[in-house]
Ligand binder design. Structure first.
Ligand code: ADP
Ligand code: ASP
Ligand code: MG
Length: 411
């Protein structure tokens, strides 16, 4: 018996015809004793459509009612997919996040899975059914529905696989696996056979939208191998796991990622004394705003004042504006400048540890493409540059060409 958790993303369940295709594929591949749990996202662009529906009518930020609205998208998919299986003569049942035993904590719009009690899922599997679970949602302690952040169905799938001790978690999507760059941006991107979950986590965190970062973290925690593959082909995809063989690893970096949702915030002329940075960033954290790159620059003319520059995601922008205007009213900070048209390009790979000159090659590629670098940040396995958003496509292509398309490979 093999226990599978198979997740199908929005583009894979976009139409009733695609649902039929998926159901037929699952039925074809299922061996007699296999147990199958399917996690689905909302159909096509329906989450985006629900978001714009709300935003066109109200100036709401994320909260309880928004989660109530967004979670309906996945409920449409689970019910239709269950009906599809039944019409093909196979027993199936749809379950909401709550019915599947998924409890959450944290804040609306980016809740975290706290615990899963999969007893109902096991009961239904024992009855011989295919169990179809709504991704992206769970239930808070007070009984309210919460959503897990964009791309959150990946987290549902990996967490369920972990809690149920599944043999494998398969993420079916509209590309053949994880590539050295987003294949929509770089036609010459190379598909990876495998990637470590540490590298995948860094790629995802830095914007490689093929997997939600939190889901990769959950996979790491539960030691669950994840197979990212295409819904529409039988080709083997990319395995995300703890240890990878070195075979086929010809490149010094693993991939290039971009995040086109960056906003730069410059807080000017703050007092250059202990405690100011703490107060500023603690207040942002209390309001659940994730801060990414941070630079503090001491002004040369006056040592007593400094500028704090940092980046956030545009999804947190309206909340950040509220938080910072409170701090302005309290007199902690003075002038704030918001630059919304920013992007971050990054290179990722454990191979750069102990290999000098990698950042220099990235900067060289950006300079050749006439891209100005605004902020640089590094981790042990990545280098990121903040740039203007209108240059991001050229930047990704130039960096990819430098590391993956040179005829003479730099090992
Ligand atoms: P789903 O609806 O199946 O969850 P997503 O749109 O969330 O699909 O993720 C798949 C998309 O991720 C691909 O269409 C691709 O454009 C994008 N993507 C970004 N970076 C990468 C990468 N490094 N490798 C593969 N796909 C990537
Ligand atoms: N439907 C949600 C979204 O669009 C969750 C997901 O697709 O994973 O973000
Ligand atoms: Mg996704």
């Amino acid at each position: 018996m093999t226990l599978y958790v198979k997740k199908f993303g929005g583009s894979s369940v976009a139409t009733p015809e695609k649902m039929k295709f998926i159901a037929q594929r699952v039925i074809r591949d299922k061996k007699e004793n296999d147990k199958i749990v399917i996690v689905v996202s909302a159909m096509g662009d329906s989450t985006d459509n629900l978001l714009s529906l709300a935003k066109s009518a109200y100036s709401v930020s994320h909260g309880r009612e928004m989660d109530m609205l967004l979670s309906t998208g996945e409920q449409v998919s689970i019910s239709l997919l269950a009906m599809t299986f039944k019409s093909l003569g196979v027993e199936a049942i749809s379950l909401t996040g709550e019915q599947a035993g998924i409890s959450c904590t944290g804040t609306h719009g980016k809740a975290l899975i706290k615990e899963i009690n999969p007893s109902r899922i096991f009961q239904e599997l024992e009855l011989g059914k295919i169990v179809i679970v709504a991704g992206f949602q769970g239930i808070m302690d007070n009984g309210d529905i919460a959503t897990l952040g964009r791309g959150g169905s990946d987290a549902t799938a990996v967490a369920l696989a972990g809690a149920m001790k599944a043999d494998i978690c398969e993420i079916f999507t509209d590309v053949n696996g994880v590539y050295s760059a987003d294949p929509r941006w770089c036609p010459k991107a190379i598909k990876m056979e495998e990637i470590t979950n540490i590298e995948m986590l860094e790629m995802a965190r830095l914007g490689a939208g093929v997997m939600q970062p939190r889901s990769v973290e959950i996979g790491l925690h539960y030691h669950i191998p994840i197979h990212v593959r295409s819904t529409f082909s039988d080709e083997k995809g990319t395995i995300i796991q703890e240890n990878c063989t070195m075979e086929g690893n010809h490149y010094v970096i693993k991939g290039v990622a971009q995040d086109t949702h960056a906003v730069r915030i410059s807080v000017l002329n703050v007092k250059n004394v202990p405690g100011v940075a703490h107060k500023l960033f603690q207040t942002l954290a209390n309001d659940h705003i994730d801060v990414d790159m941070i630079v503090q620059s001491v002004q040369t003319s006056d040592d007593s004042l400094t500028d704090m520059v940092f980046t956030i995601s545009d999804t947190d922008l309206s909340d950040a504006r509220q938080t910072l205007s409170k701090l302005q009213e309290d007199g902690l900070i003075d002038k704030v400048i918001y630059d919304e048209n920013m992007a971050k390009v990054s290179i990722v790979g454990a191979g750069m540890l102990g290999t000098p000159g990698i950042a220099a090659r990235m900067f060289g590629a950006l300079s050749k493409a006439q891209v100005n670098i605004l902020i640089v940040s590094t981790s042990e396995i990545s280098v990121s540059c903040l740039i203007n958003r209108d240059k991001v496509e050229a930047a990704v292509q130039a960096i990819h060409e430098e590391f993956f398309e040179e005829t003479q490979l730099h090992m």
